[in-house]
Design a protein around this ligand. Structure first.
Ligand code: NAD
Length: 373
């Protein structure tokens, strides 16, 4: 673990940096590694894996949540697979040293501006959703959230004291044209791989920054005549997501709107343990991770659901490594394992459950069976 020896293998093989992180991170990434080893041994997928520390583990190792050696390894990689970062033991650290800071630094250093958050409901888990089965069955949405700009990064920001002694907090929602153009194109590209429907979500009736957003998205649409583009205000979009979510294919939106909408969409699918995510740069290189956190309450107990991380590997194969066939196989293997009745505790609905490692083994067995058939 934590090797910084650099990559040894053939130039044709894909280099994946593994960042287990904290809490359940090492348990769930271990199951994804089993799957990658199976792809290597049984499917001829040339891959080299190197691990490095991030988050609290990075702090423990080198006093920094993103050690220089970790960043260097990530820069050399074709793709990065992360577990999750954070834990109560790090909460008293200075803000700059906290685990989450390492992740933010990594996203910023690699310019990972396009955050893909799928909300896909497996038919076997339809009862896990808080919505009626007829509203969510077959749900398959992709939310593309702008990740490195907007109000979370805009200047000026701060808390100041007014002349009357009252304090005032302020942030700035700001987007330059090139930032909107690149996220729009990223979303159009993804829509081309799916059902060719893109809904851009903004607040153009109130915000000038959204007015510009809408103009730039419209301009980009000229290069994607096969994609049906629509626009929706954020308030309506949040309502439609819980009223009739299946109307959406791909949604593209600004950082803060996407933060909120993607969590809503995630809950439509019932379990946080099932959802992967990707953060891509302009060339499609990406950081892949489950949407959930480090779950310190269940760490080390072999009960965490590894499927979100396993499905993150499928996304990695599809979007960064251009191996759509292998990605489909993993998606199918996960579906087959659910059909066979395997459930971790979070999706067991009170019934029998298996542990983290057993679930990982079941997916590997299902993948092998697909290779044999
Ligand atoms: P969390 O997602 O870690 O956990 C929320 C609940 O979901 C917990 O009950 C947990 O046991 C459960 N859960 C999460 N993942 C699961 C899985 N794979 N299988 C089964 N159950 C699962 O959120 P939290 O408790 O708010 O945060 C814990 C830590 O994670 C904090 O330090 C937070 O900052 C960090 N965090 C990190 C990321 C990230 O690395 N991207 C994202 C969110 C939170």
């Amino acid at each position: 673990m934590n090797s910084i020896r650099g990559w040894r293998g053939l130039s044709m093989s894909k280099k994946i940096t593994l960042l287990p992180g904290d809490g359940i991170g090492s348990e769930i990434v271990a199951e994804a590694v089993k799957l990658l080893q199976c792809l290597k041994q049984d499917f001829g997928f040339e891959v080299e894996l190197e691990s490095a520390a991030i988050g609290g583990a990075g702090y423990d190792q080198s006093g920094q949540p993103l050690p220089d050696s970790t960043l260097a390894l990530c820069k050399q990689a074709d793709a990065i697979l992360m577990g999750s970062v954070g834990g109560p033991q790090y909460e008293s650290l200075d803000r700059e040293l906290r685990p989450e800071r390492g992740l933010l630094q990594l996203r910023a250093s690699l310019e990972l501006f396009s955050n893909l958050r799928p909300a896909l409901l497996y038919p076997q888990l339809v009862n896990a959703s808080s919505l009626k089965p007829e509203l969510v069955s077959g749900l398959d949405i992709m939310i593309v959230r702008e990740l490195t700009g907007g109000i979370y990064f805009g200047e000026p920001r701060g808390i100041r004291e007014l002349e009357n002694g009252e304090r005032e907090g302020f942030n700035t929602m700001v987007y330059a044209e090139h930032e909107v153009d690149r996220i729009a194109r990223s979303a159009f590209d993804i829509a081309m791989l799916r059902n060719r429907k893109l809904c851009s979500v903004d607040k153009a009736n109130v915000l000038e920054v959204s007015e510009l957003w809408r103009d730039v998205v419209e301009d980009a649409a000229g290069d994607y005549p096969e994609v049906a583009l629509s626009h929706m205000y954020i308030d309506n979009a949040s309502m439609q997501l819980v009223r009739a979510p299946k109307q959406f294919d791909v949604i593209v939106t600004a950082n803060m709107f996407g933060d909120i909408l993607s969590d809503t969409a995630a809950m439509l699918t019932g379990s946080i343990g099932m959802l992967p995510s990707a953060s891509l740069d302009k060339d499609g290189k990406g950081l892949y991770e489950p949407i959930h956190g480090s779950a310190p309450d269940i760490a080390g107990k072999n009960i965490a659901n590894p499927l979100a991380t396993i499905l993150s590997v499928a996304m990695m194969l599809r979007y960064s490594l251009k191996q759509a066939g292998l990605a489909d196989l993993i998606d199918t293997a996960v579906g087959n394992v659910l059909n066979q009745g395997f459930r971790t505790a979070d999706i067991a609905d009170g019934g029998n459950s298996v542990g983290t490692a057993e679930m990982g083994n079941a997916v590997v067995a299902a993948l092998r069976a697909l290779g044999d058939s």
